[in-house]
Design a binder for this molecule. Structure first.
Ligand code: 6R9
Length: 675
């Protein structure tokens, strides 16, 4: 067994289960089982699952997990083949079940799973469930922004809607391997569009509907879609956002680089805007409701190889240009389905809600594919709900406690660190000290959960993602790339592949290798820091690169910097993340103005607006710090370490400033901190 995991065995032996978490729902702080007398640190706080939960859990004990885990890493081919066989394959995969090169020194990085297997993920999500007698089961409950116009689709109805759109797309010339850009909010048409693409072997590239025209254009230029699918407008809280205008601006922008899209399929989202008031590009824009329902409700499946691409999803990296993460069909299918089932202890009678937007990976893997592959009933909510727990805490417990929560079985969190106090609040208040919390660590790149509790299987520690999922071998390495054993902290890497791993960055395999495989030869590098405690539990400590995480959304600091410097009055900018009570991290920007321009409130607003327009509202700086100059080394490199300290007002911890080209810069910056 990999280092650490074996140690977990001892926990059960050493810990006393005498103090079970109370089920009275009283908010008494921590319901923990303490090792020894006093709680020495957060590492010692163990929260046990209750026995009733464990008895019914898919993985009822640590022993069972260790047995399965051992099998999964000693015989990955056997372990994953067994699971893959539960899906429909038109033709079984060949041998070897997987092949990989994780070490760039031995040639190009390559990952393949189930090569030669012929399947279709849409078929496995829908047809397979309908054929097994679950056609009348609800696939999606849709909860709109304004209560009152709820909707739902059974598996049969969803299949029919998907087939109609698939037929339409085929009729418009979309073929296997073509890209389709989807720019939709959380309405049912979003998963419908994803599944329709998958059905005909087209790659979907969903762009989060909070991205600006410029960001959308960038993604259109990179993926060169045949069609863009959007809607006219969407309600967000009390605001109406006219998505089609954003698409229009993006298409004008992308046409300038020679990428033109002649078809924009637009859903009329009546609750937000009527078609009469929609600005329309005759010849290019087509109303979904006018064309799609005319197509047949059955559609032949395009059978694809397990390694044929399924989708592209852009994510932020530490350099300016977003990266097109590419996932393929077979491995992603098997991995998302399996992680969904085990990480949430899924039972067919469950109704499952994931608050994520399909514009991000969580919405791909755990709103759409993972649940539907398991025949689950999912709830989709139109409104925005990131960083939900911290916003709820701020609003007060009564918003939660006024509703019965007896039906809740498992709570989950993803996308950002959940600190121990937030964890306890979620556990005690929302889950009545009864529901296990799956704090799942993973990334766009990993396709599915990598380090996650399995509910009921072992004691949790608030704030720790606990142990690796089946088949995942996390390692912690030091600066030199050497694996460190036992209790330690360092850079989180993964040794050898798993089915859900991304296969490349679209059109840029070299960047894929450089970013993820070259920093620590022989390993996949996650970009995250991590600590492993004495019991083998993993604690994520945040990004170690220039990526910040605002409300669970990844933003490259360089992306914000280039947006800022595109402003005619901004000469230079440096962006760092700061702690933010609700958003987790906030965007803090140091801005140097062009000679002769002076600071003003108006300019501050206009800089923020520039970022909103260039990237999207979610990336807007929380703070603009006027900077006559930036602290740089003699070779001209900005010293972000110092900027981070100034931003968080840790002024006594600036460290060594003697290597700065001009140490006075720091004092100037401090003087301007609250201007
Ligand atoms: C799924 C998703 C990935 C980054 C990742 C890490 C952070 C995700 C986390 C977590 C602490 C967790 N992250 N899950 N940090 N605990 N449970 O969010 O993908 O948008 O690609 O972000 O999010 O820093 O590297 P993505």
């Amino acid at each position: 067994l990999p280092v650490g995991i074996g140690k977990a065995n001892q926990i059960l032996k050493n810990a006393s289960r005498s103090t079970q978490p109370s089920s009275t729902g009283k908010i008494t702080g921590v319901n923990a089982v303490v090792l020894g007398e006093a709680l020495a640190s957060e590492d010692d706080e163990l929260v046990f699952p209750n026995d009733d939960f464990s008895r019914q859990a898919l993985v009822p004990s640590l022993e069972k997990y260790l047995e399965m885990y051992k099998w999964s890493v000693e015989d990955p081919a056997g372990f994953w083949s067994g699971i893959a066989s539960q899906f429909y394959w038109k033709q079984k995969w060949g041998q070897p079940v997987f092949s990989e090169n994780f070490d760039f020194r031995k040639g190009n990085i390559k990952i393949e799973w189930f090569r030669g297997g012929i399947t279709n993920i849409c078929y496995n999500c829908l047809d397979r469930n309908v054929e097994s007698g679950n056609g009348d089961k609800i696939a999606i409950y849709w909860e709109p922004n304004d209560p009152g116009s709820q909707d739902s689709l059974t598996y049969s109805q969803l299949l029919q809607s998907v087939c109609q759109l698939a037929n339409y797309l085929k009729d418009k010339g979309v073929k296997k391997g073509d890209a389709v850009v989807i720019y939709l909010p959380m309405i049912m048409e979003l998963p419908i569009a994803m599944l329709a693409c998958a059905r005909i072997g087209a790659l979907h590239s969903v762009v989060f509907a909070g991205f600006s025209a410029e960001s959308l254009a960038q993604r259109i230029v990179d993926s060169k879609p045949k069609i863009v699918i959007t809607c006219n407008a969407v309600n967000r809280g009390s605001k109406v956002i006219t998505l089609i205008d954003i698409v229009d601006a993006a298409l004008i922008e992308s046409a300038k680089t020679g990428i033109s899209v002649d078809l924009c399929l637009t859903y009329e989202n009546k609750s937000a805007m009527k078609r009469e008031s929609t600005k329309w590009q005759e010849g290019r824009d087509v109303w979904w409701q006018d064309v799609v329902p005319k197509y047949p409700t059955t559609c032949e499946v395009e059978w694809v190889d397990a390694e044929d691409p399924l989708f592209l999803l852009y994510t932020s990296g530490s350099t300016g240009k977003p990266k097109g993460v590419l996932h393929t069909t077979g491995g992603y299918m098997v991995y998302t389905a399996t992680t969904f089932k085990y990480a949430f202890d899924y039972k067919p009678s469950d109704i499952y809600w994931c608050t994520a937007d399909c514009g991000w990976i969580t919405g791909h893997s755990y709103v759409t594919y993972g649940p539907l592959l398991n025949g689950a009933t999912v709830v989709i909510f139109e409104g925005a709900a990131p960083t939900l727990v911290r916003s709820l805490i701020r609003a007060g417990v009564e918003y939660v406690t006024r509703y019965p929560r007896k039906s809740l079985r498992v709570l989950a969190s993803a996308g950002e660190p959940i600190n121990p106090s937030t964890w306890r609040w979620l556990f005690n208040v929302v889950g009545d000290s009864r529901c296990p919390i799956s704090d799942t660590w993973w990334q766009t790149e990993t396709g599915g959960c990598m380090i996650t509790p399995l509910p009921g299987a072992w004691p949790q520690k608030p704030g720790s993602a606990t142990f690796p999922f089946f088949g995942i071998q996390p390692v912690i390495v030091n600066e030199k790339g050497a694996e460190i054993e036992g209790e330690c902290s360092g850079y989180l890497c993964v040794k050898s592949s798993w089915p859900g791993a991304f296969r490349t960055l679209y059109g840029d395999h070299e960047r894929y290798e450089t970013t993820y495989f070259k920093p620590f030869p022989g390993y996949y590098f996650s970009g995250d820091g991590c600590r492993r405690d004495k019991d083998g539990y993993y604690w994520l400590t945040g990004r170690v690169d220039d990526v910040i995480n605002v409300s669970g959304r990844r933003i490259g600091t360089e992306e914000v910097e280039s947006a800022l410097v595109s402003h005619p009055q901004c000469a230079e900018a440096a962006v760092v993340g700061i702690e933010h009570e609700v958003k987790g991290q906030g965007v803090y920007a140091f801005v140097t103005l062009v000679e002769g321009v002076s600071y003003s409130e108006e300019l501050r607003k206009s800089l923020i607006l520039t970022v909103r327009n260039k990237i999207g509202a979610f990336a807007a700086p929380d703070k603009i710090h006027w900077a006559p100059d930036l602290p740089k080394t003699r070779s001209g490199k900005i010293m972000r370490r110092i900027l981070r300290k100034i931003a968080s007002r840790q002024l006594h911890e600036l460290g060594d400033t003697s290597t700065l080209a001009d140490p006075n810069v720091v004092e100037q910056l401090i003087a301007l901190a609250d201007r």
